[in-house]
Design a protein around this ligand. Structure first.
Ligand SMILES: Nc1nc2c(ncn2[C@@H]2O[C@H](COP(=O)(O)OP(=O)(O)O)[C@@H](O)[C@H]2O)c(=O)[nH]1
Ligand SMILES: [Mg+2]
Length: 365
């Protein structure tokens, strides 16, 4: 699972990348680097702490998300189109897009547009995403058109139909409609078969707020939710700089600081979970004295395929799955108790795994 981070220069992409992955990449460094930063974030899951208390395992392994942070354009080209061909290719390899939008004032890091206006930037980058797809379809139309020459009559008919469909998809994009969550009919599927459109990707917005705006974050998030709408979208306000600094502290120190900041889930944790959910992922859990672990699988994954996440042998030699819902395990107080309570079930290979299922796979190889 890869999340591509996009946004204007100095919106705090690298800062939020560092916060999410607990990394220490230099921020405010737009010219020197030419390669993307790649790092892993742990998906916060309070269930793991509860299960750790119950099983006292040697190891606890949360689910992970990979974040990719792209370098900005070189100085002097900061108002060039947000997405170079290279970036679009990178987006096509991602599972979700995280758009970091600048909400903080910082005179020593000037905004490329001269003023801080997050709502303007959300619209502009949203348009750039649509525009990237319009350009991808343009190129596809061009290729199909070139193929018309010297083609047989039947092929020609199909190609002309494809061009018509491509143009109508393009018209939707031009009207401001992203492809996210849209089911393609057969002729659209055929016309778009070699074209991965970036506006199909789940889209999350992280509003990077300054510390002085933390008291307003509920209000700002409500405004964000009004502006970022539709299937496969999500948004959160994050104090990026503060989160990065907290993430670089020793654990005990971080806890103390967070406590002094007040209760509530940090925006950063919510953002990571939003990315996970928006990309269609859920977690099943495995427990035992060696390891308590959250495993990411796509929604609607059957048990045998889920077993393959743990090990290919378990998928191949799958016999059955012993499954108990996390809440039932907690209320029973232990695995043995779930047997007595009758909440531990035997499920076959086609059982659809649910978020929070605690699973023991039985297999033979
Ligand atoms: N005051 C303040 N400055 C920030 C915040 N986030 C980032 N910055 C500063 O803005 C500049 C650009 O940040 P960076 O993460 O490199 O942005 P990027 O170009 O989008 O990767 C750096 O000087 C950061 O220290 C924030 O939340 N508050
Ligand atoms: Mg950066």
């Amino acid at each position: 699972m890869r999340v591509a981070i996009i946004g204007l220069p100095r919106s705090g992409k690298t800062t939020i990348f560092n916060a999410a992955t607990r990394g220490r990449i230099a921020v405010g460094d737009f010219s020197a680097r030419s390669s993307a930063n790649v790092g892993v974030a742990k998906v916060p899951d309070p269930r793991l702490a509860r299960l750790t208390a119950m099983f006292n395992p040697e190891k606890v392994v949360p689910a992970e998300i990979t974040y990719v942070d792209f370098p900005g354009p070189p100085p002097g080209q900061e108002n060039a189109p947000t997405f170079s061909g290279e970036t679009v290719t990178a987006l096509q390899k991602a599972d979700a897009i995280l758009h970091v939008v600048r909400g903080f004032e910082n005179p020593s890091a000037p905004h490329p547009k001269g003023s801080v206006d997050p709502w303007r930037d959300i619209d502009a980058v949203g348009f750039d995403l649509l525009f990237a797809d319009i350009a991808l379809i343009d190129r596809r139309i061009q290729r199909v058109t070139e193929g018309l020459r010297g083609s047989r009559a039947s092929e020609r008919d199909n190609s002309l139909k494809d061009i018509e469909v491509l143009k109508s998809v393009q018209a939707d994009l031009e009207a401001g409609k992203p492809m996210r969550g849209r089911t393609l009919n057969d002729s659209e599927k055929r016309a778009l078969r070699d074209t991965f459109l970036v506006s199909t990707l789940p889209y999350l917005v992280a509003l990077n707020i300054g510390e002085s705006d933390i008291p307003r974050s509920v209000e700002l998030e409500a405004e964000l939710a009004r502006r970022v709408t539709g299937t496969l979208t999500g948004s959160a306000a994050i104090a990026g700089q503060l989160e990065m600094e907290l993430g670089q502290m020793a654990e005990a120190e971080e806890k103390e600081f967070r406590a002094s900041l007040g209760a509530g889930e940090p925006g950063l944790e919510r953002m990571i979970r939003l990315c996970y959910r928006a990309a269609g992922l859920i977690s099943f859990l495995t427990v035992g004295p060696d390891e308590v672990r959250a495993w990411p699988v796509a929604e609607h994954t059957p048990a045998q395929k889920a077993a393959g996440r743990v090990h290919s042998d378990i998928e191949r030699g799958f016999i059955r799955a012993e499954v108990v819902a996390y809440n039932d395990l907690v209320s029973a107080g232990g695995l043995a108790e779930t047997r007595k309570a009758g909440t531990l079930r035997a499920e076959g290979k086609d059982y659809v795994v649910k978020d929070g299922d605690v699973i023991n796979f039985l297999f033979s190889v």
